[in-house]
Design a binder for this molecule. Sequence first.
Ligand SMILES: NC(=O)c1ccc[n+]([C@@H]2O[C@H](COP(=O)([O-])OP(=O)(O)OC[C@H]3O[C@@H](n4cnc5c(N)ncnc54)[C@H](OP(=O)(O)O)[C@@H]3O)[C@@H](O)[C@H]2O)c1
Length: 305
Amino acid sequence: MPVVGFGLWKVPRPQCADTVYNALKAGYRLLDGAGDYGNEKEAGEGLARAIKDGIVKREEVFVTSKLWNTYHQKERAKELAKHQLELWGIEYFDLYLIHFPISLEDVAIKDKYPPEWWGLDGKVHPTKVPIRETWEALEEIADAGLAKNIGVSNFQGSLLVDLLRYARIEPSVLQVELHPYLAQKKLVALTKELGIAITAYSSLGPQSYLELGAHHSVPGLLSHNTVTSIAEATGKSPAQVLLRWAVQQGLAVIPKSNNHDRLLSNLQVTEFTLSDEQVTALDALDINLRMNDPQDIHPALGIFA
Ligand SMILES: NC(=O)c1ccc[n+]([C@@H]2O[C@H](COP(=O)([O-])OP(=O)(O)OC[C@H]3O[C@@H](n4cnc5c(N)ncnc54)[C@H](OP(=O)(O)O)[C@@H]3O)[C@@H](O)[C@H]2O)c1
């Protein structure tokens, strides 16, 4: 799996095909999508155009997607994976993740896609599908060749350990929010022990949540003194410093940008090294601050409680 990939959350539909095409042209070889991002068809169009123009071959691009909460039932999960592959216009995902350890009542694809967090009545409807059932569905998706690897997202230690008690196919990847404000050192240590790779999301911290009004009014990491002084000392941008901090720990990153220059610079994080003192200074910013918490949507969704 490439260490730096391109994140597709909040890449608007009208520009998504061009953004994906340009990201591949710039050298990205991992696309991180999800049913919930609502832009899979357009992302697939960008990928198809890049393949047609000879920029990449399908097998050179690592495509990740995710199973949404309303499709956790065994018979529904495979139906969704097939639907998502059709939208992308590809035959398999390189990685397919359970997006959240949350199951919500069905919303038919024809009624609303993606269904987001709410039923058609505008309310949140948790339902009782155990993770084991959903994991077995992902194993069947892998068996059927629809996904080369399977994994999970937004899982904490106890759920991961439990999943390994019954998994016939072990998860390859855990994708979680991780940045200096939420360093998750114990989770990183656990996954190293378990042999599961981590992909860090929202590496730039509060930046991604400003537009959602969910940034908890903390100072941004991109303008934090510690980050900007390391950026000055290394001649890199604050974003590159934050991405490098993750990559240097052996984590993969999937920054998203709708701006081509930022998209390009986010890829340049594998050719410089932060000193031990710089890493320690960034580590010291940890305040266990999570931006992406479904409990902010509904009290019953407290997966990080
Ligand atoms: N599994 C999950 O539950 C989950 C949750 C969240 C995200 N993700 C995945 O992780 C990806 C990345 O996370 P994210 O989108 O939340 O956050 P992110 O990549 O950390 O940050 C994106 C924000 O930072 C800005 N930005 C990007 N590069 C920058 C740079 N070099 N300098 C300054 N600002 C920059 C972007 O604005 P511009 O676009 O204007 O540049 C955007 O506002 C997502 O796209 C998605 O694929 C997964």
